[in-house]
Design a binder for this molecule. Sequence first.
Ligand code: ADP
Ligand code: MG
Length: 707
Amino acid sequence: MPRMLTEYFGENTFNDVTMQERLPEDVYLALKKTIENGGELTPKMAETVAHAMKDWAIERGATHFTHWFQPMTGVTAEKHDSFISPTGDGRVIMEFSGKELVKGEPDASSFPSGGLRATFEARGYTTWDCTSPAFLREDSSGVTLCIPTAFCAYTGEALDKKTPLLRSMEAIDRQATRILHLFGKKDVHHVNVCVGAEQEYFLIDREKYLRRDDLIFTGRTLFGAMPPKGQEMDDHYFGAIKERVSSFMHELNEELWRLGILAKTQHNEAAPAQHELAPVFSTVNIETDHNQLIMECMKKIAARHGLTCLLHEKPFAGVNGSGKHNNWSLVADTGENLMKPGKEPHNNMQFLLFTAAVIKAVDEHAELLRMASSCPGNDLRLGGAEAPPAIVSIFTGEQLEDIFAQMIATGKATSSRQKEKMRLGVGTLPYISKDTTDRNRTSTFAFTGNKFELRMVGSSMSIADANSVLNTIVADSLMEMADELEKAEDFDLAVSELIRRTINDHKRVIFNGNGYAPEWPEEALRRGLPNKPSYVESVESLTYPKTREVFTRQNVLSETELEARAEINYEIYAKTMNIEARTMVEMALRKFIPATVEYVGRLADTVSKLENVFGGDRIDGSSRLPEKELLNECRSFLREALFAEKELEKCIEEGLKLSNMKERALFFRKTVFPAMEALRTPIDKLEMRVDAKLWPVPTYGELIFEV
Ligand code: ADP
Ligand code: MG
C-alpha cells in the first residue's frame, strides 16, 4: 500500500512535532521561545537538542552531519563530518555535541569575501539558525543531517546571504510592530515576512545536454538558430504534461514533501520545455532555504529521469526565460495579513499606511531592488518583452489607484470600487466575482490582492538578496512613519495626511499600464525613474549614500559589508562573462568552424566535379551552379566567424588586464558582450546552411521539442 502524503509529509525534517516528541518539555519550550522571540539557548540546552537531533538522524540512517550555509556565490555550501568517535578498543560510537550543533568552523578562505578577509585570516564561523528546521538529505550516497547555518568572518562580518536576511527580518519586525501598536494593536508582539517563491525552470534531455559545452559550462546556449516553431502557438502554456516530465514532477513533489516543503502547484510554462513549481508561502527565512532545496532537488531528480534541469534565466534565445516570482507580505503574530485591504480599503488606514510605506521604499530604492533581483543571466531576460522590464514600477490595480486619487484630490477617500459579479452568459455556469485587481503580467512589482509580487528575481538566484533589500527599505519607511506618528496629537488625522503625502510624493513609481509597451521607457524617463539597462551597471547602488544610510540605520549591513558585496558582484559578473566568452571561442574553433570547413570542402569537390560537366563561370563572372552560390555564402559566413572569433579573443585578453573588478566587469559588459554577439550571428547563419548530419551539437529544435 502506498503511504499517504499526510503520513510522510515533513518526515525528513526535525520539525516542531519531532522536537516536541523528542525533547524534554523545558528544552522544547525554551527552543520554541528562541525560535519565536530570539535570544540565546544555554549550552546545556543546546547539548540536549544536539543529542535528540543525532538520535533522530541516525535512526533514519544518517552517518554524517553538515553545517549547511549560503555563501555569497548564491549556491549552498557544506562540509561533511561523520558522527563517529573512537572508543579506544577499535570500535566507534556516534556522537554529536551541542558545540558541534551551534558552531562550525569551515576553513572557508576560498569563498568570496570581497576583501572582508585576507586569505591568511582564513577563519570563518557557521552558526546554527534554529529558526529554519534541520533536515535529512537522502540520496544514493547515504543520509546526511543538514543544519541550516549563518556564515560570518572571524571579525563578525556577514559572509553569506542568510545573515543579512535574518537581520532585515528583525528590522522590519521592530518597525511594523511599532506601527501596529500605534493603531492600538498591543497584542501584536511580532510581524513576520511571508514569501511564496514561484520557481520556473526548463527540462531537457540529458544526453543532448551533455553534447553542448555551452550548457555544461554556462547553463545557457551561446549559439543556436531559432527552430521553425517557437512558442508562438502558445500550445505549451498550461498544456498537458508529458509523462516523462510528470513522473519527474511526481518524484520531486514526494521528495519535497518529505522535506516539509509545501510544493503545491505545477504547470507547463510559456516556452516549450519550460515548467513552474509554486509552494505555499512560508516565513521568508524558511522559504529561502526551501527554495535552495527545491533547486537542488530539481537538478538531482532530473538526472535520475535522464533529464537535465536548467535554472538559468535565459537558456535559449528567442523563447521566454525563467524567473522567480517573489510574493511578499507582512503577517502579524496574531495572524493578520497587513497587506489585506479588507472590504472597504478606503477606510482601512492601517492597510493604506503599510502600502504607502512599500510604495515609498520601492520608489526611493528602485535601483537597489533591481540590482538585488539580478544576476548576470538575468540581463538576458529583463526588458526582453517577456519578463518584466528593467524599470521598477508598481502596479496597484484600479481599486487602490482610485483610492489614492481620491486622497490626493480631496485629502480623503470616501469609497472603494467593489468586486463585480460576472455573468458568463450560460445559465448553468455559476456567477463568479471578479477580483479587484487583474493580473498585470508586465509589472515588475505588482499588488495582487493581499501581497506584493516582485517579478524580477532571476530563476537561478537565491531569493535572500531581494528580500533582504525589500525588508530593509520597507523597515526604514515604516521607521520614519512611526517616528512621525508617535509625535502626532491627532493620530487619525496624522495617518491620513501621512498616507496622502507619501503617495503624492511617490506616485511616479505607480504604473498600471503595459510595461512591455515601447512608450513606457520614455514615460519612465519623463517621470525620472531609473532605468539601468544591465545588472552590472546597477551594482553601484549598493554603495549609494542613501543605501549606506538605510542599511546601517537598520543594522542590516555595515558600510564595509556593502562595499564587499559590490566587489563580489563585480567579480562574479566578470568571471561569468569570461567563462561564457571562452566557451564560445572554444566551441567556435573546435566544433563549428571545423564542421563548416568539412562541409565547404565537400561542396568544393562537388562544384569542381559539376564544373567539369557544366563548365565554369559565365563571362560576367556569375556562376552557372547554385551549388557554388551556396559554397560562397558559407565561406563568407565562415570568414565572418573567423574574424569575430579573433576579435573576441582580443577583447577577453584586454578585459583580463584590468585589475579593478568594477572596470573589468563593465568592460565585459560593454565590449566583450557585443563581441560575443558578433560571433554568434555568423555561426547561427551557418547552422541553417550546413548539412544537419555534420552539425556538431543538438539544435534548439532538438533541445526544446524533443523532451
Ligand atoms: P498566482 O501568482 O499564479 O496567482 P497565487 O496567487 O496562488 O498564484 O500564489 C502564488 C504564490 O504566492 C504562492 O507561492 C502562494 O503561496 C504565495 N502567496 C499567497 N498568498 C501570500 C501571502 N499573503 N504572502 C506571501 N505569499 C503568498
Ligand atoms: Mg504569480
